[in-house]
Design a protein around this ligand. Sequence first.
Ligand SMILES: [Cu+2]
Length: 650
Amino acid sequence: MNPRPKPTLTRRLLSYLITLVVLGFVVAVNRPMMAAANEAYREFTINRQSYKEKYGHWSRLHVPDSFRVNAIHAALLHTGKVLIIAGSGNNREAFEAGTFRTVLFDPATDKFTEVPTPTDVFCAGHTFLGNGNVLVAGGTKSYERLEKDITHAAGVMKLKNESPNGGPRTFRKGTILLSGDNTRYRTRADVTLQPAKAMKHGDQTMIHASEVEVWVDAEKAGDGPIVRKPAQYKVDGLTGDDQRNIYGLADKITREKQEYGGDKTAYEFDPRTERYVRVGDMVKHRWYPTLTEMPDGNVLAVSGLDEFGRLLPGDNERYLVDRRRWEATPGLKRQFPTYPAFHIMDDGRLFYSGSNSGYGSDKIGRTPGIWDLTNNSFTTTPGLRNPRMTETSSSVLLPPAQEQKVMIFGGGAIGESPVSTARTDIIDLNAAKPAYRPGPDLPKPVRYLNAVILPDDGVFTTGGSSGYRGGPYQGDARSDLFNSQIYRPRANRFEKAADSTVGRNYHSEAILLPDGRVITLGSDPLYDETGRNPGSFEKRIEVYSPPYLFKKGDRPVISSGPAEVSHGSVIHFPTPDAGRAVAARLIRPSAVTHVLDVDQRSVALPLLRRPHGVTLTFPKRDGVMPSGWYMLFLVDDRGVPSVGRWVRVR
Ligand SMILES: [Cu+2]
């Protein structure tokens, strides 16, 4: 028999190709089945009791269509409801239509309700006041305009008046300003210019010109009207003395990007009436400010962009709670990037963790430190690793607040940088020379990590993305992170928690609910799944139930107790579970936006077991326990907390 001829190269290649095609076909046909099998196995695993006991469990909340809003801000009210604020929700059409949204969600009944929203509070600052109202201040006056959309040169025109006579002068929108070569620029809004001030210095009278600022746009499109140098402009139509006394000054008129402009409107949101109550306007317009309640109960507003989208260079201001109005604090001039994160220390000073979000100088106000408001001194604190990656990081006053330890999580380099970090660092503010020390790394580099203090002293951390706004990261088009983990301060390590199913990056929030669950909302990805088209705002809401909710046996119960307590008081709370109660925690509810939550803190209450209850000692110091509403949790020997009981601290 002749040996079989060796197949030619062509034949061999052909047979490989056929095998490949057949294999590919088999895989393609079975892929949905394999994916379904994987999914079924995952479902089976995460729903097992033993898995839930160890890692907790996520569930999706049903949100009726009419209440699907862009959750930019969220706060837990002492009525137990979650305040969800969108304003215009980072949606230009909504802004231009004047459609501003706020909804309330009641986790006890799963019901949503609508709240009328008078102005655009998108990207305002907020914090709780001692009476439980949420102070909401600033917001959006104008949307950004990108360079590619700017057809007409524009700039900020300072109108000046050097005459003390003639009273206030109003210049209508559309007023023309003329450059030296008679190029025409139109004002964008009505403005009123006060007369100059005449001031006596000894026997001399000095005139201080008044001024008001307004956007102007070139009448003609294109680059012709661009002016790059400071220059003086004539107001069209003025003659004689008026023309000499009243004029315009502009640093530049260009086709550069115009940032979002801040608003100066302020409200107290009243949880009882569920309405915004207008209070005095802020001194400055602010977009992305931080509001911090101070130990005296007043509120400090720091940073933000002004109405022309310029970073406020350290002009901070104070809200006087009793008078419901704002006043400038020239004695507290200090510049920070937008949404700087402050934590009130036990002695009333503010610790700036270095976390911030959005905009700011790359040099000024980026270093963490302790700010003494009594003399405006600022002592920087050393030791933070990756100090250039604090933007979009988060920071938490670790539980319990008495230990005065702050932890910073992740963050990215300034602006739309592709760089982010998995670093956590911890600082002990009780130390003689406080300095950040290395904490355990997060599983992955992350921006926008939401961090929530749990009643069992764990810090639940979830979501975020490695790339800017969930966008490209090291070759992947999308970079949302689904891993969650609980930081255990005692053990100084992260424990794995169940994966979430919804990505949460920029403009997302997470909040502890009174029943011990955590609600997560929002996310504003730059791109869609393909990484090619613009992303859409994430409107789904997820709720995480921590492992303690799956332990066998009943949760401890606080049967009753006073609704109000004062600093330094010792109070008996009846409970049938006194025998197994090991800890009591007073948790101040979250008010969060842009991973900034200066309100959240957990205060330890020393506990004495009695036959039919526990006796709790409340701290004396405002800096440990600022006045306001808190949730009181009793925690048993298995680490299982009671449902939070609302207590007002006076
Ligand atoms: Cu924002």
